[in-house]
Design a protein. Structure first.
Length: 134
């Protein structure tokens, strides 16, 4: 079974207890779906929580990390990110490093990206997407 990689915006919704995202999360955990947090997402979440001194939310996030896997960056992920960036720029799309690295991590690991920011990722070839908020 393919793992689901959680994008930053989905984790924020989990931390805010957004009902539809909590329902999806619980349903997937119950089914035994493997959930993974891309390393760049881990960085984005932690930097935001620590900057805003959100101690309770950081504890919640650490509990979430205990129920998921936090991924690792490999050389292949970095190289895939270079290819994604190059391909999209040549097609005339503006590309951010965060989204490029998250997409590369998902493609290399054969993970479906769970995001409610489909438009930022829809032009990445080979990336499977799902929206838990829609």
């Amino acid at each position: 079974m393919t793992a689901y990689a959680l994008d930053t915006n989905i984790i924020i919704h989990l931390l805010q207890n957004t009902p539809c995202v909590i329902t999806q999360y619980n349903a997937h955990i119950t089914k035994g779906v493997h959930l993974i947090i891309p390393p760049y997402v881990d960085y984005e979440i932690l930097r935001g929580l620590r900057y805003s001194n959100a101690i309770a939310k950081e504890r919640m996030y650490q509990k979430l990390c205990a129920s998921c896997e936090v991924g690792e960056m490999t050389r292949n992920v970095w190289l895939r990110a270079v290819d994604i960036y190059t391909n999209l720029r040549r097609k005339g799309f503006t590309v951010g490093d965060a989204d490029t690295l998250i997409a590369a991590f998902c493609i290399e690991g054969n993970h479906t990206l769970v995001t409610n920011n489909i438009k930022d990722f829809m032009n990445v070839d080979g990336l499977a997407l799902i929206d838990w908020i829609e």
